[in-house]
Design a protein around this ligand. Structure first.
Ligand code: SF4
Ligand code: SF4
Length: 461
């Protein structure tokens, strides 16, 4: 196991800040920016469009709290299946651990909602108020019509994005089509309006104002992620041996006493968390690669080799080779694989129906033939996405019979209740005799469930 990299404290450079509360980033282009654009675009498309897709006459993904069901396309999770959902969450946590050991905080840089929405809000800022220098100038300028329009446009668009995001998020918990229509007609429930308002405001504040403070001061992951790094973890790092001593110069004005860093500070100006990666690995670095892209562009212009700042490991910076097949990484990968197989097995073995048998409060009654009868309430849940018919019967019960054939037809997700009477056909030697009820899907006889209960009768009858 590699040696841990010490985490240094964040020192926010003054050059990237207009004042102590706002970081003004400049736009840039490059490979990692394009990867980020594609990846976040893909994630946002999934987030915004999935609730609008219908599946089997209902919303494709819906967490229906009042009815205790969670629909994901063809699969319905019931409260009894929540162990599988918990397993899914544990798999996600292990996936994050694996990713962190492999490549640090790339989750934060490329897919964390806080970073993604901050990035959208930054684009809006750029759209309404221009490039970094223009934004700083505007912020420092006295109020004017131009400034008021631009500031208003920015906040209006921020709130609009916040509102659309909030409606979409709430739409995962209440049917989104109904919710949207009800909101537009001012007929939404107070609870829906509260949550939409809450998430609109939350998005506006978190992505518009808190931004990097969430990543550096509020997110618990940023606090413990550094203990997961080892000397082969791929982190955005500055090659100080090559870059120092830094110094400004013109292109072609080479000097042997200087390193490759021309001290242009562009890497600081693009950083969404306002840090200077040249000060070493820092708590606030979300591994977004912005400084890599912009520094590579500078190196190209200067005709210097690229990767003065790059995704690299401490081992590689020290002249060694990054190890990918290391015990912790392999251990996480194997654990993840085993958990995926276990989850797949658990999902495939899930019973497509459920049966509960509740005995009537009346212990027994005697029929006209002198035999004793017990009454039960059978509850069957159709957990599939299609209508199904189920037959209720008794299993291995030579002493008993059902009073008639019982067939229960249920719609997808429907819960059926059926009262049944069991009659004794032979004398019993005990007061409480186990009786096994079976339910089988008529279309798929291999789907059979059994549940045990007791038959009660006076001894010796
Ligand atoms: S972008 Fe590169 S050259 Fe410019 S200051 Fe940063 S590390 Fe130095
Ligand atoms: S230091 Fe570089 S990789 Fe880290 S957050 Fe800033 S721009 Fe992104």
């Amino acid at each position: 196991m590699g040696q841990q990299i010490p985490v240094v404290q964040i020192e926010t450079p003054k050059k990237n800040k207009k004042n102590s509360t706002s970081i003004v980033t400049r736009s840039y282009t490059g490979l990692f920016r394009n990867v980020r654009l594609l990846f976040t675009g893909f994630l946002l498309a999934i987030f915004f469009f999935i609730p609008w897709i219908n599946w089997n006459d209902r919303q494709s993904v819906l967490w229906d709290f009042p009815n205790g069901r969670f629909y994901i396309f063809n699969t319905t999770f019931w409260p009894q299946d929540f162990i599988l959902l918990s397993a899914l969450l544990i798999i996600c946590a292990f996936g994050l651990f694996f990713l962190t050991v492999l490549a640090g905080r790339v989750w934060c840089g490329y897919s964390c909602p806080q970073s993604v929405w901050t990035w959208i809000f930054l684009r809006i800022e750029h759209l309404t108020q221009g490039e970094r220098n223009q934004r700083i100038k505007l912020q420092n300028a006295p109020w004017s019509v131009n400034k008021a329009i631009r500031v208003f446009a920015k906040h209006f668009l921020w709130l609009l994005v916040g509102l659309i995001s909030a409606v979409t998020f709430v739409g995962y918990f209440t049917p989104i089509r109904e919710l949207s229509v009800n909101l537009m007609q001012f007929q939404a429930t107070a609870l829906s309006v509260f949550w939409v308002f809450f998430f609109t405001l939350g998005t506006y504040l978190a992505a518009g104002f808190l931004r990097e403070k969430v990543c550096t001061h509020m997110c618990p992951y940023s606090r413990f992620q550094s203990v997961m790094f080892d000397d082969s973890t791929l982190l955005v790092s500055y090659d100080a041996k090559r870059g120092e001593p830094r110094g400004t110069r013109k292109k072609g004005q080479e000097t042997e006493t200087m390193g490759s860093c021309i001290d242009c500070t562009l890497c600081v100006q693009v950083c969404p968390t306002g840090i200077d990666i040249r000060d070493g690995l820092q708590l606030g670095c979300i591994n977004c690669g912005a400084c890599v892209d912009v520094c590579n562009e500078v190196m190209d212009k200067m005709n210097y080799p690229r990767d003065l700042i790059s995704y690299t490991s401490e081992r590689a910076l020290a002249g060694g080779k990054t190890h990918f097949l290391r015990p912790r990484l392999v251990g996480y990968a194997i654990t993840l694989l085993v958990m995926f197989i276990g989850l797949g097995w658990g999902l495939s073995e899930r019973a497509p129906m459920r049966m509960d048998v509740i005995k009537d409060r009346t212990m027994f009654r005697e029929n006209l033939d002198g035999y004793y009868e017990n009454t039960y309430m059978i509850k069957v849940i159709n957990k599939t996405q299609e209508p199904r018919s189920y037959q209720i019967s008794l299993k291995d019960a030579p002493h008993f019979q059902l009073n008639k054939e019982h067939i229960l037809s249920l719609q997808p997700g429907e819960i059926g209740h059926l009262p049944v009477t069991v009659t004794q056909t032979q004398a019993l030697t005990e007061s409480f005799v186990p009786v096994v009820f079976a339910v089988h899907d008529i279309a798929k006889p291999e789907y059979v469930l059994t549940t045990k209960n007791n038959f009660t009768a006076p001894v010796g009858q």
